[in-house]
Design a protein around this ligand. Structure first.
Ligand code: ADP
Ligand code: MG
Length: 156
């Protein structure tokens, strides 16, 4: 799971397929199919942590899931970022920049919604701890997050 990391990526936030993440209190910003297709095809599905930034806003901690997309009958992947920050408004259509730094765990099926939510809360705590390590904190300051607006293009 680690050989492609850290992995830098940016692209537009699109409408997901209504899994109701927001209702669970853990909204996930979905990347377009085009961005997902540009990912290394052998990157493992599962839960990861890293840094994320919307437009040219602040850089925040995030947890990310790479999974199979039910909309395409699990033949294509989906990449969804939960930013560990409270936003005043949705940001569909904006450019999300991320660096994926480390792997937390594989995808799992849960017996209950409660079990799912508590697993995600543990993922978030693990991400927060990992990202406070100096070696991971330094990626927050990477030039990737501080490009002038005009230079922002997909997947660079
Ligand atoms: P969808 O199925 O359209 O992805 P979600 O319930 O997963 O719907 O909500 C995702 C949307 O919520 C994002 O596209 C973004 O506009 C908004 N959002 C608000 N706060 C956050 C956050 N902290 N992390 C990710 N997305 C957020
Ligand atoms: Mg989503």
């Amino acid at each position: 799971a680690m050989k492609h990391l850290p992995y830098f990526c940016r692209g537009e936030v699109v409408k997901g397929f209504g899994r109701g993440s927001k209702e669970l209190g853990i909204p996930t910003a979905n990347f377009s199919e085009q961005v997902v297709e540009s990912f290394p095809s052998d990157i493992s599905t599962g839960i990861y942590y890293g840094w994320a930034c919307v437009g040219n806003g602040d850089v925040h901690k995030m947890v990310l899931s790479i999974g199979w997309n039910p909309f395409y009958k699990n033949t294509k992947k989906s990449v969804e970022t939960h930013i560990i920050h409270t936003f005043k408004e949705d940001f569909y259509g904006e450019i999300l920049s991320i660096v994926i730094i480390g792997y937390i765990r594989p995808e799992k099926n849960f017996d209950s919604l409660e079990a799912l939510i508590s697993a995600i809360q543990e993922d978030i705590e693990e991400a927060k701890r990992q990202l406070d390590l100096p070696e991971h904190l330094k990626l927050k300051e990477d030039n990737f997050f501080h490009l002038p607006e005009r230079k922002i293009v997909n997947n660079h």
